[in-house]
Ligand binder design. Structure first.
Ligand code: SF4
Length: 225
């Protein structure tokens, strides 16, 4: 279920602009796909928790060893916390991430028979798992498209394109869901992440060369700076 407090931004201008933007960006990023490496739902869950404030390249480097050392939820649940911290040290925020991974694994062992749960409702009860991580796990591991994963790129690009005025990721997700074609829910996040990484960068968006500049209410603001 999408967040219940949708701040629906469903005016026809936003709906139309989003459709046009998505069509353009899909052509620009035809190969947009997640780059985290994983072989099963547990590995995806762990990699996604680790990916906060880090790059996929760095996470893949760390998980290559990590996934050889820990292969089941029980392995993570029984892990020595300090050793786990050390194993994931280079991903940043390692203390919190280790605590969350161990805590999530304990719940998975205790309540879900060692298997990553397959519903949004259950996933968000796990430590370190919000709607963003849950959306990613549901879509990639189980093929369940529940909503839109809103990370820092999706947040920034959506706000600049005026698809939302909110700052809270769950409210942004609700705004995007309210104007997005249902069949695009799965692809929106990845496409906006690519555009945010390559063109609509945080500090200095490249509006001059942005393919969306004629559709973007923020382009003049940045180009006049
Ligand atoms: S025109 Fe500028 S602000 Fe708008 S989407 Fe493109 S890079 Fe981002």
């Amino acid at each position: 279920m999408p967040p219940k407090y949708s701040t629906a931004n469903n005016n026809s201008d936003a709906i139309q602009r989003l459709q046009v933007c998505l069509a353009i960006l899909k052509k620009m990023y035809p190969d947009a796909k997640p780059s985290l490496n994983y072989r099963n739902p547990l590995e995806l869950l762990v990699a996604t928790i680790l990916s906060a404030q880090s790059t996929d390249v760095q996470i893949n480097r760390v998980t290559e060893k990590l996934f050889k050392k820990y292969s089941t939820a029980k392995d993570y649940a029984n892990a020595d916390l300090m050793e786990l911290e050390n194993d994931i040290y280079s991903t940043g925020f390692y203390k919190n991430k280790a605590k969350n991974i161990k805590g999530a694994a304990e719940l998975i062992v205790e309540h879900y028979n060692g298997k990553v749960p397959e519903t949004m409702e259950d996933l968000v009860t796990l430590p370190g798992v919000g709607r963003k991580t849950a959306n990613i796990v549901l879509a990639r591991a189980f093929g369940v498209i529940e909503g839109i994963a809103v990370d820092t790129h999706v947040k920034r690009v959506s706000r600049r394109l005026n698809f939302t005025k909110n700052s809270d990721p769950e409210k942004i997700e609700a705004d995007l869901i309210s104007i997005a074609p249902k069949e695009e829910l799965d692809s929106i996040s990845m496409i906006l992440i690519y555009h945010g990484r390559k063109i609509c960068q945080a500090r200095k968006p490249k509006c001059e060369i942005c393919i969306l500049k004629n559709l973007c209410p923020s382009s003049m603001i940045f180009m006049c700076k």
